[in-house]
Write a protein that binds this ligand. Sequence first.
Ligand code: NCD
Length: 299
Amino acid sequence: MRHIISIRDMDRGEIDAILDETERIQEGRYDPHSLSGKILALLFFEPSTRTRMSFESAMARLGGTSITVGSVEATSIAKGETLADTIRVVSGYADAIVLRHPREGAARLASEFASVPVINAGDGAGQHPSQTLLDLYTIRQSMPLDNIDVGLLGDLRYGRTVHSLASALGLYRVRLHIISPEGLELPPALTTELREQGMEVIEHSSVEEALPLLDVLYVTRIQRERFPDAESYFNVAASYRITPDLISSKAKQHLVILHPLPRLEEIDPGVDSLRSARYFLQAKNGVPVRMAMLGRVIP
Ligand code: NCD
């Protein structure tokens, strides 16, 4: 049984195979009935628009069905049921489970109790592997994943998308530029691990400094829900913003700007119409990438 819990469980061969399959799917080369009769359970204990709907859309495009619960308040979790018991039960209703949970490690725990494959759709500040696969896919649409400079901007401490993405980029020949408000740096253990793997990781004090070097700029919002209190959030909120002027004065012509979304103040809407802005395309790529993932894990 194949779970997808962390991008760190995958090697480059496996990631490339999923991206190649995504490309075939996008060209229309897939069987729209391949998951007919199969059921996917979506268990989302945190808000989601893209991840949840694109998994549903992916399942429907392969002929399968999705089941879900309206909200945590509407489930037995609200009565005090453990995650382990919920997962054991839902395993009996579906052929795979997609789980989003506020606690880091929840998906790994769930996989120990599940009798069907579990896909991690975000575990607290931990990992978000399906997002990373669609991030890599979107980069690969514009340039090879080798010998490029990728900048990560924003909340690198609590952002699970950047944790997953940084680990995945460690498998490719990528120079990583990190730019974050004070106190929201990439976890030191991750930075050390990436450097030990041979990755060049360069810290910058401002986006202006990093921008001229970059082929890809990956922007993230500050993860307000993971802050211990409102004050520490307001100290860093709105401390960086990408504007059309900044892009035209500092960026390379071919820069690709990505964002996992939702976007708050960190990208000026004026950037949306620039050729560099690829974040809505990136969100759209979530469907074929998740089709490729579902095709792999559902027996
Ligand atoms: C991200 C997440 O949930 O981690 N959203 C997403 O899945 N596209 C990013 C975020 O919430 O900031």
